[in-house]
Design a protein around this ligand. Structure first.
Ligand code: UDX
Length: 469
């Protein structure tokens, strides 16, 4: 006999970073709305910073329930810890395995045994824990299928990748457009990223043990790549865009306090007039780049909403905006530490998004119908920018050049101004907006009842139910 949905308990485990917490939490809300008990977990250190979630503890969503529980990464809360990525990852695994196992056992003691774990491949050891306790485990891939394919081909040596001396070499992979050197995640091609490359590739360590690979993308967006990769690796189920399938937007996993008053500021702006600028949760720009960007925003004459965050204590210093910028920007734009990005992108005053092209930001703007100025910095952002511009046709990409005054390579103020103009008023602006609206509608259809991602979520819940019975 099949178990009732209300008896199912899904435990999600997220790598402690905003770009991972968001998609995992969105999936958690989506599953709770299907009538399941869902527990979202990450480390205590980051859980402590997710104030809203920590205060919430438990919420009913539809017939289901969402709870939060955290496990130890072996560090004291507020203790600086990430100076050395390899040491930190090792510590996370050693302390995390034990504490995460205790967390699972606690659920059984409370009479709520875990029926399924959904792992974030950045914490591959959670799959081992699931296997030891004999709990079925799925994973949520939080980047694009295209990037999945690139990493997979690199990891399994199925293609030759260019090195820094082969910048003219193209990378051709099945179902993907030819990729130039700058379109490939640079963790794979540039030598300084050795330890990051190991972390990235460790995502595949236990992937074949998962009964299903969910991905925050949708069939209509990446159909061919999903098919190709499902044939050569694990079966892939696209369930995105997850931020659109989410029923309860009010539960957020923000690590920074969002300046919700920026929504009122947007209310006071003309429709389709504001450029929204954000570089996600990890990127920090050099002072030279900040100088050019701030001058470019002012030169563009366009109202702007700019997120300039202070990194956590162990991850860099507070960015310094050029002297006098705040005064000059008075009445022209708003600078905030963090904002409710989903709502900002849905606001009618926003005309374009100048973004670093993290996968979450890419999906959020693409499926909100907002044109893009792609300003990628590193990693998968390069590939996402290539797809946003050349495949999905929703914007233009900035070019880096040497500044005249000191020869430092940046995106100059003139280029910032040019790109904002091109994407909002240039000859291609109309076509770009049309494409953006097309993808928004496709995404809405994918998550609507009977849509491709909606169906995949239902099938996934059926799978859990079957395995639990
Ligand atoms: C990281 C990597 O940098 C990215 O390349 C990878 O694809 C995922 O992990 P991050 O840099 O934080 O992510 O970028 P992104 O993926 O865009 O995620 C940022 C998230 O923070 C988005 O969901 C966005 O909505 C949210 N955000 C950002 C806010 O809610 N408010 C803000 O002010 C800025």
């Amino acid at each position: 006999m099949e178990s009732k949905k209300s008896n199912l308990h899904v435990l999600l485990v997220s790598f402690p970073a905003q770009g991972h917490i968001n998609p995992l939490l969105r999936l958690a809300k989506c599953l709770a709305s299907k009538g399941l008990l869902v527990t979202f977990s990450t480390t205590e250190t980051i859980g402590h910073m997710m104030k809203e979630a920590t205060n919430t503890k438990s919420t009913n969503i539809g017939q289901g329930e969402l709870r939060f529980e955290f496990f130890s990464d072996g560090w004291e809360i507020d203790e600086p810890q990430r100076a050395n990525l390899a040491t930190w990852m090792h510590q996370l695994e050693t302390a995390g395995r034990e504490s995460f196992t205790e967390l699972i056992n606690r659920q059984s003691e409370m009479g709520k045994p875990v029926s399924c774990i959904i792992n974030n491949p950045f914490v591959p050891w959670a799959t081992d824990v699931a296997a030891e306790i004999e709990i079925p485990c799925a994973v949520l891939w939080v980047q694009s299928c295209a990037v999945y394919s690139i990493y997979y081909h690199f990891q399994h040596q199925l293609a030759s990748f260019p090195n820094p001396d082969q910048r003219d070499m193209m990378l051709d992979l099945p179902s993907l457009p030819s990729l130039e050197f700058d379109d490939i995640p640079d963790f794979l091609t540039l030598n300084p990223f050795d330890s990051l490359r190991k972390v990235i590739l460790s995502q595949f360590k236990n992937l074949d043990k998962a009964f299903c690979v969910l991905v925050d993308s949708f069939e209509e967006l990446e159909r061919e790549t999903i098919e190709v990769m499902s044939r050569i690796s694990a079966p892939i189920k696209p369930v995105g865009p997850l931020f659109r399938s989410t029923k309860n937007a009010s539960i957020r996993g923000d690590i920074w306090k969002a300046a919700d008053d920026c929504l009122q500021w947007l209310d006071s702006q003309s429709p389709n007039s504001v450029v929204y600028v954000s570089f996600g949760s990890v990127v920090s720009l050099s002072n030279e780049q900040l100088e050019e960007l701030s001058a470019g925003l002012l030169k563009s004459g366009t109202p702007f909403l700019w997120v300039v965050k202070t990194p956590p204590p162990d991850m860099g210093s507070k960015p310094e905006l050029p002297q006098g910028f705040k005064e000059e920007a008075e009445g022209k734009g708003m600078v905030v530490e963090w904002c409710p990005q989903e709502q900002v992108l849905a606001h009618s005053a926003v005309s374009c998004f100048l973004t670093h092209c993290g996968w979450n930001s890419s999906m959020e703007c693409l499926t909100s119908g907002v044109p893009v100025v792609a300003f990628p910095q590193w990693g998968d952002q390069n590939t996402n920018a290539k797809f946003l511009i050349d495949v999905y046709g929703v914007g233009i990409r900035t070019k880096k050049t040497q500044r005249e005054k000191d020869g430092i390579v940046v995106v100059t103020r003139d280029e910032v101004e040019r790109c904002i103009f091109e994407v909002t008023k240039g000859p291609k602006a109309e076509e770009i907006k049309k494409n953006a609206i097309k993808w928004k509608e496709a995404a809405e259809a994918a998550v609507a009842d009977g849509g491709s991602s909606h169906r995949n979520i239902e099938l996934f819940v059926d799978d859990i139910q079957r395995m639990a019975s």
